[in-house]
Write a protein that binds this ligand. Structure first.
Ligand SMILES: [Zn+2]
Length: 253
């Protein structure tokens, strides 16, 4: 069984065919989905999906949506964690250095969520774009007890291992299907078998050959096959390793 360790199935892109999307995923062996929250406004939709037996959820405030976050949202996050023990992780949170103008605010929001994850002993789901070195430095200072996921990892072998040394795992998604990702391919080959999970980041991060299309969890099969090819293992072995690691990270039975 495959787990899509990071997919935004609450997004409106799936409103018209959500059931069919789950069905297509199940048909190719994807049996569980980790859905992270992105904005306070969207948490109710994430919590609603979390009632499904095949969905695990986290809640957080995503750096891509800085314009939507408000001062009181971190306090609201504390209350949401109190009210919803089914929330298994904190995130999606992090740093996206493509948006330079909001970097100070991003760090303030990220730090607040990291401290909250530490106090609740929750794993963290991290979005980290052009910021691997600064984020791993910060994580080293904080020493988070439950580690977490560096989702959609796209860095070097050295950057991957810095995260692994801190008790984190890296998420491998559509980026690995592009031939230009040579540095990432080297990282994928260097990972230990318990150092990664497979993900799609649906509806984002289209795979090679599907550019411009909505992404969906069924396509994780192609990610799995690519990772298997790169590592010289079978797709079944990669699926089993990823699923075991996702279970351990998010405490799934
Ligand atoms: Zn995401």
């Amino acid at each position: 069984m495959l787990i899509d360790a990071h997919c935004h199935l609450d997004f409106p892109e799936f409103d018209d065919d959500r059931d069919a999307m789950f069905e297509r995923a199940r048909a190719v062996g994807v049996g569980h989905f980790m859905v992270p929250g992105t904005t306070r406004e969207r948490w109710p939709a994430v919590l609603a999906l979390g009632k499904r037996a095949d969905v695990t959820i986290s809640l957080g405030l995503h750096p891509y949506f800085m314009d939507e976050h408000q001062e009181r949202d971190v306090e609201a996050l504390v209350q949401a964690l109190d009210a919803h023990p089914e929330v298994r992780a904190l995130g999606e949170c992090g740093i996206d250095a493509r948006f330079e103008e909001s970097l100070d605010a991003q760090w303030a929001l990220f730090n607040a969520q990291l401290r909250l994850a530490k106090s609740r002993q929750l794993p963290v789901v991290i979005h980290c774009v052009h910021a691997n070195d600064k984020v791993s430095q910060r994580l080293r200072q904080l020493d988070l007890p439950a580690g977490g996921l560096i989702h959609a990892f796209a860095g070097s072998p050295d950057q991957a291992w810095k995260f692994l040394d801190l008790g984190f795992v890296v998420g491998l998604g559509g980026a690995v299907t592009y031939e230009r990702a040579q540095r990432l391919w080297r990282a994928v080959k260097s990972l230990p078998e318990d150092g990664f999970v497979l993900e799609t980041d649906s509806p984002d991060m289209p795979l090679c050959g599907h550019q411009g299309q909505r992404n969906e969890p069924a396509r994780i099969v192609q990610v799995c096959e690519m990772v298997a090819t790169l590592r010289g293992e079978t797709a079944e072995a990669i699926a089993a390793q990823s699923t075991a690691t996702a279970r351990r990270l998010f405490g799934l039975s």
